[in-house]
Write a protein that binds this ligand. Structure first.
Ligand code: GLY
Ligand code: MN
Length: 440
């Protein structure tokens, strides 16, 4: 086996089997059984939603489109894939498995979901069965918490194989971001920019890792703005785009904010936020506390507010009085991987438990200490959100704000800059910056 991807996959599988061995032993189970899942249907409708495979299944196999399939692993034995390839002329039937991973699995092909049962262990009680509760055919999914906790804890640590897939997802995202910025500069509206993004990414809308956020002007103040205004606005001032790529089930999650030509004040604010964001990316170091990095983001954003005349008090006072929480009302970021908000961000350890969020920061999605292999997003923001500004104005701290200056920035919506960064034993690896400098 000389292909580097094949070698990385073999090592990845060895890591997953070792993790599974420990998780099963901790829970007193003998077999791990994982369902890919089945498409969900809309209420009272015969129309299925786009199928998204269980992340547990995708962790083992890059099979993003194998509904009804199952994976079976017993310590000491080769893993088995029970692959559903139905006789069906209504839907696309998945191709027979191929790729570097196939040689590591015993593969049995079934034609109906019900056939899966015969290939799974007889004694369901000895299995940890992971998947959606309503998965038909195989074994009832019991999702034992002790097994889930161990697997979720470890999943934060990406293997080199996963890092490679996330690098590809980052390249796809960066390529599409470049096309979206070009469309904005050429005068396109939100919907047209979205189409330019899709075309450059080569992904259908359903294949995106999350719904694109394509926000011109004040729409940038809606954190998860997912309307696509069809009309072209006259002379837009700003463009915030939060959109990712996806490869083999792995996500990239990238945000950029652009000022239209001639809007120098806003461009300067973006530059200041970019400096802060890059300094925070440099803080993705093993042993660092992510909540501390989040609080550091608030301190630095207080400096930006002071430096741009948005507050009359010192940066220290703005931080102490909670003023930055009005302008930066979400968390610094999250774990990233098979899920955009990858699971386990608040987990205290392999046995479960919860690490609480800092007081007053309810939206922080990651409270763990950084470890080599973790991929996290670093996405500080600075927004002009009317609802939150009104609340601040009504408090004593409202007197510390230069409201005329704030009013002047309201039409721009806000700024968010987001990179995906891998913690290593040494310097952080910024997957997003690396992707943006890569050719096309
Ligand atoms: N990219 C969307 C989010 O992180 O919430
Ligand atoms: Mn994000």
């Amino acid at each position: 086996m000389t292909d580097p991807l094949a070698r990385l996959y073999a090592d990845h599988l060895a890591t997953l089997t070792a993790r599974a061995d420990l998780a099963l032993a901790a829970a007193g189970r003998e077999h791990l059984v994982i369902a890919a899942g089945m498409p969900a249907y809309y209420f009272l409708d015969d129309r299925p939603a786009h199928f998204v495979a269980s992340p547990h299944f995708l962790h083992w196999l890059p099979l993003t489109c194998a509904p009804g399939s199952w994976l079976r692993y017993t310590p000491g034995q080769r893993p088995q894939l029970i692959f559903l390839q139905p006789r069906d002329y209504w839907h696309v039937v998945p191709d027979a498995p191929s790729g570097a991973w196939v040689e590591h699995f015993d593969i049995v092909t079934i034609r109906t979901p019900e056939e899966a049962r015969a290939h799974l262990p007889d004694a369901a009680a000895h299995c940890a069965v992971i998947g959606p509760a309503d998965t038909p055919g195989g074994l009832p999914c019991d999702n034992p918490q002790a097994v889930l906790d161990r697997l979720h804890w470890e999943r934060a640590i990406k293997t080199p194989y996963e890092t490679l897939l996330m690098r590809v997802a980052s390249r796809i995202g960066a390529r599409a971001h470049r096309a979206a910025e070009a469309a904005f500069r050429a005068g396109a509206g939100e919907f047209e920019i979205h189409l330019a993004y899709l075309a450059a990414s080569g992904l259908s809308e359903a294949e995106l890792p999350y719904s694109n956020i394509i926000a011109l002007d004040h729409h940038g103040a809606v954190l998860h703005y997912t309307d696509f205004l069809r009309a072209r606005p006259v002379a837009p001032k700003s463009f915030l785009i939060d959109a990712g790529g996806q490869y083999a089930g792995y996500a990239s999650d990238i945000t950029r904010t652009h000022a239209a030509a001639g809007h120098d004040d806003f461009a300067a604010l973006i530059d200041s936020m970019e400096t802060v964001q890059q300094d925070l990316c440099a803080g993705v170091r093993a042993g660092h506390s992510y909540p501390e990095l989040h609080l550091e983001a608030h301190r630095r954003i207080a400096g930006v507010l002071a430096g741009h005349g948005l507050i009359r008090c010192s940066a220290e006072a703005a931080f102490d009085r909670g003023i930055t929480r009005t302008f930066f009302p979400h968390g610094l970021g999250h774990l990233l991987g098979l899920q955009v908000h990858d699971i386990g961000g608040h987990q205290a350890g392999p046995e479960g438990g919860t690490l609480s969020k800092p007081e007053g920061h309810p939206y922080l999605r990651l409270t763990r200490t950084l470890q080599p292999g973790m991929v996290v997003t670093i996405e500080p923001g600075l927004y002009f959100i009317g609802m939150l500004l009104d609340e601040l104005r009504a408090t004593p701290a409202g007197a510390d704000v230069d409201w005329a200056r704030v009013e002047a920035f309201m039409p721009y919506g806000g700024i968010r800059i987001e990179d995906d960064v891998q913690c290593t034993a040494g310097a952080p690896l910024n997957l997003t910056r690396e992707a943006f400098v890569a050719p096309g």
